[in-house]
Write a protein that binds this ligand. Sequence first.
Ligand SMILES: Nc1nc2c(ncn2[C@@H]2O[C@H](COP(=O)(O)OP(=O)(O)OP(=O)(O)O)[C@@H](O)[C@H]2O)c(=O)[nH]1
Ligand SMILES: [Mg+2]
Length: 269
Amino acid sequence: MFIDKVTLSIKAGRGGDGIVAYRREKYVPLGGPAGGDGGRGGNVIFMVDTNKSTLLDLRYNRLIVADDGERGKPKKMHGADGIDYVVRVPLGTLVKDIKSDRIIADLTHVDQQVIVAAGGKGGLGNYHFMSSRNTAPDFCENGELGEEKDVIVELKLLADAGLVGFPSVGKSTFLSVVSAARPEIADYPFTTIVPNLGVVKVADGRSFVLADLPGLIEGAHQGKGLGYQFLKHIERCRVIIHIIDMGAEDGRDPINDYEVINNELRAYQ
Ligand SMILES: Nc1nc2c(ncn2[C@@H]2O[C@H](COP(=O)(O)OP(=O)(O)OP(=O)(O)O)[C@@H](O)[C@H]2O)c(=O)[nH]1
Ligand SMILES: [Mg+2]
């Protein structure tokens, strides 16, 4: 199944608390404060995984929680940091904060990763608070809360060029001829129901990604057919290739087809 939009609640880990402790050793009377610091809470990180092409995995994972940091330990020892939670998403994924409506992450590079919710800082142990006036502080800091957010995760496929046109005009056929992709091809409308990507190799050794979309029909921007909801996947294409059936066998006219599709693209926002 092709899923290109999910909402998630994410929660980074809480920082571990610092502790109050004192140095206790034989022959060291009145050992000073030695309570260690708490560890940092785990971050929630979104990372590009080029093996993924849909947000399907996230659909069943509505709540994402990273590990808390560990409490500080005696002898000035740090608690361990919480383990980060890494969410693997396809290239072209956007993460948007629902409350502020701001884009937190736009993952457009292979190997890119972004901290979407930061873990809380660990609290300081009591030895940090020692001073000449208070050589045995009996207090420490608590760890801070991790960030908590509700986000919309949206996939906008990253292709260099995209194919648009009426259903059954030969978009998938075109993709199958110029790339190694093997999309379904048939003589009924809406054969393609989710976008297909193919890599096109050019003679000089370079290559680019071509996207094949479900067909568009008149009134698509008002919800007719199913191609419209996929137009976001060619929003970021540098080139849009419009395929027109010159046969005019379905009772349609090529020039009119051209204008209808252009109107639908114009109405897209
Ligand atoms: N005569 C002719 N038929 C073609 C050509 N290209 C594709 N076809 C046929 O047209 C039909 C539809 O082709 P598809 O590639 O599935 O068309 P599409 O635009 O991807 O269609 P949807 O996915 O439904 O939007 C198939 O039966 C193809 O074999 C062409 O250049 N000439
Ligand atoms: Mg097709």
